[in-house]
Design a protein. Structure first.
Length: 154
């Protein structure tokens, strides 16, 4: 245990003397801080401290309440709004794929809550025909955009 600043602190070895080594390590650290650590901290503080009357950029930034509000809005955008927009975009793409892939005998649910089975669906036409009653064979023509959910193969 020397009081010089150039001394190194050794990590403790794993073994029977591990407890004793860690105790010596903590004693060396305390001795280092007591003797030269304060001198080093003072030297670093003098070197990095702004001149009298000057305020560091970070401190000035965080002292302004408008900057804090702007930072909070940015965090809210990146944590809440942006992921929600990506999720909505992916859901819209999946819905478009499902609407484009509709074919005969797919079960669908319309925006009005009507359940039916597709009878006729041409990819070029903006509407489809669905059968809404199994017994009577009642049919209904609806817009493709009115389909909320497609469940394949009835």
């Amino acid at each position: 245990m020397g009081s010089d600043l150039g001394g190194s602190i050794r990590p403790s070895s794993r073994g029977a003397s591990g407890i004793m080594d860690s105790t010596l390590l903590s004693i060396e650290a305390i001795h280092f801080l007591a003797s030269g650590g304060a001198f080093l901290a003072q030297a670093v503080a003098e070197e990095g401290a702004p001149a009298a009357g000057e305020v560091s950029f970070i401190r000035a930034f965080f002292e302004n309440p408008l900057n804090l509000l702007m930072l909070a809005v940015m965090l809210f955008f990146f944590i809440v709004i942006w992921p929600q927009q990506r999720q909505a975009k992916n859901a819209a793409l999946e819905r478009e794929k499902a609407l484009a892939a509709m074919k005969k005998n797919d079960r669908v649910i319309t925006s009005g809550g009507i359940h039916g089975v597709i009878v006729q669906a041409n990819p070029d036409e903006p509407f489809i025909t669905i059968r809404i009653d199994e017994n009577s064979g009642a049919r209904m023509t609806v817009n493709r955009d009115a389909i909320l959910q497609v469940m394949t193969e009835a």
